[in-house]
Design a protein around this ligand. Structure first.
Ligand code: UTP
Length: 475
């Protein structure tokens, strides 16, 4: 221990981070050992470069000069492709067991303020089903439909890995075979005090860290052995989605088919888009630059590019990302085995990080963002694909994110969108559904994925003729 301590003390001093040992003498042996292990695991050389570029100088990645809107496979009725054919291709891949589902759930979910893994959040309108159940039931229903196992991979973080496993096991894997669910944590990186460029202590014996962003999912897929396991079992494509959208289509045969077989897709990485509603909607935009598909992040206020309109007054850069992708298994493997080691660029995000003041020893709970979290973003892998396609989907069918406790993208807005979708599905079968003056469904309706994955599946059910205003109904 003394040798390890003096070597890390020298390293910390040389990087101006000596304060991390401020409480060393107060720690018991176990906590001292844990702190030493944590400090030895940090790559201070790499971190110093990131601090200089992203914290001290706040250098942003340069944007390519000639940026055009990304072309996309438009939804009906404007579509020019044979959707039936691509859906059949996707279904064939599912029947052959070549598709896995992948939920990224390593985020901290600070905006929602839910204590526990976000996948455990009770998200649905009537039964309060947790997000993980919503996804699991979709997997079950698709397995039934296509007669093949769909393996489910879940990205966790060191902070939420144990509670995530416990939650899924306590719920008996929601009826799935536990041997087909794989959970693995992503890497972390220290959070940095914005004003000083210093690392922070989350308590007297622990450095504050954050997960390394959803881009870390690519590295973690390989490091965990998940990719090799997929290759060994003949899985060729991964359906990637975030944990916070209860309307997401976990498995979408048409999107899978386009990704795998469209003439301009290399089958490496594809994306779903919805039309942006306004320039300031907080989603990234799919663009083309140097012949590659890229995402330009939302900026506040929206920059000139996001405001541009075409001759019809419609947003020119309209392809908003909902963070749903298809990934080729071989592509992920290739990314991680590049000559210079795999690295997506880090971006900065200003966040609130509670910390222990090393002078007063007090725990400080800031009310304004005080720290920079450095994160990699999965869509930075898009331009590394040979040829990457974008597919337009329906916002009202597939996008009801739960990000914030209140206001936009909150449980309340998501519930309304979930009832709206369920109402539309019922109306398609002749049910009279009550709506308010704004056209929203004024009843609480939930349709389990085990009952219907899409509107046609309701045909076999005995449905009510009418739903009354304010009624609660779960199918
Ligand atoms: P968000 O950007 O919403 O971040 O993540 P977050 O950390 O969950 O929430 P806030 O910002 O603290 O409120 C989008 C998706 O990416 C996953 C999240 O779990 C979510 O599904 N994610 C994010 C990771 O898996 N790892 C990360 O490091 C960051």
């Amino acid at each position: 221990m003394p040798d390890r301590l003096s070597s890390i003390r020298a390293t910390l001093d040389s990087y101006g981070q000596g304060h991390l040992l401020a409480f060393w003498d107060e720690l018991d042996e176990a906590h001292q050992a844990a702190l030493l292990t944590q400090l030895h695991g940090i790559d201070f050389d790499q971190l110093q470069v990131l601090i200089e570029t992203l914290v001290v100088r706040t250098q942003q990645a340069e944007r390519p000069r000639d940026v055009e809107p990304a072309p996309y496979y438009a939804q009906e009725p404007g579509s020019t492709y044979d959707a039936g054919h691509y859906r059949e291709v996707g279904e064939e891949l599912l029947r052959a067991g070549k598709v896995a589902a992948f939920t990224v759930a390593g985020g901290q979910g600070t905006r929602l303020g839910w204590k526990g893994p976000k996948g455990a959040y009770p998200a649905t309108v009537v039964t309060g089903s947790p997000l993980f159940r919503v996804f699991a039931e979709q997997i079950l229903a698709n397995q039934d439909r296509y007669g093949k196992t769909i393996r489910w991979y879940i990205l966790t973080s060191p902070a939420n890995d144990t509670p995530t496993r416990a939650f899924i096991q306590d719920n008996r894997c929601f009826g799935l075979d536990r041997r087909n669910i794989f959970m693995f944590p992503q890497a972390t990186i220290p959070s940095i005090e914005a004003e000083t460029g210093k690392l922070l202590l989350t308590d007297k014996g622990r450095v504050a860290v954050n997960p390394d962003g959803h881009g870390g999912s690519i590295k973690a897929l390989v490091a965990s052995g998940a990719i090799d396991a997929m290759l060994a079992r003949g899985v060729e494509h991964i359906s990637y989605f975030q944990v916070d959208n209860p309307l997401v289509k976990v498995i979408d045969p048409l999107f899978i088919g386009l990704h795998a077989a469209a003439p301009d897709s290399s089958g490496e990485m594809s994306s779903k888009m919805v039309r942006k509603t306004s320039p300031d909607e907080k989603v990234g935009i799919f663009c083309r630059a140097d012949g590659k598909t890229i995402v330009i992040e939302y900026s506040d206020p929206p920059d000139e590019l996001a405001q541009q309109r075409d001759d019809d007054g419609r947003l020119r850069f309209c392809a908003g990302s909902i963070a749903v992708h298809m990934l080729g298994v071989k592509f992920v493997k290739k990314l991680a085995s590049g000559d210079d080691g795999f690295a997506l660029p880090y971006h900065r995000a200003e966040k609130i990080v509670p910390y222990v003041d090393t002078k007063s020893a007090e725990l400080i709970q800031p009310t304004q963002p005080n720290a920079v979290k450095m994160e990699t973003l999965v869509f930075d892998a898009l331009p590394l694909a040979e040829s990457s396609i974008v597919y337009e989907t329906s916002r009202i069918e597939e996008f009801a994110p739960i990000k914030n406790a209140q206001g936009n993208d909150s449980p309340a807005t998501s519930h309304q969108l979930q009832s709206d979708r369920a109402g539309r599905w019922l109306e398609a079968h002749g049910v009279t559904v009550p709506r308010d003056a704004d056209g929203h469904v004024s009843a609480r309706i939930e349709i389990s994925p085990l009952t219907a994955l899409e509107p046609n599946d309701l045909a076999k059910l005995d449905l009510p003729d009418t739903i009354e205003p304010g009624q609660t109904i779960a199918l």
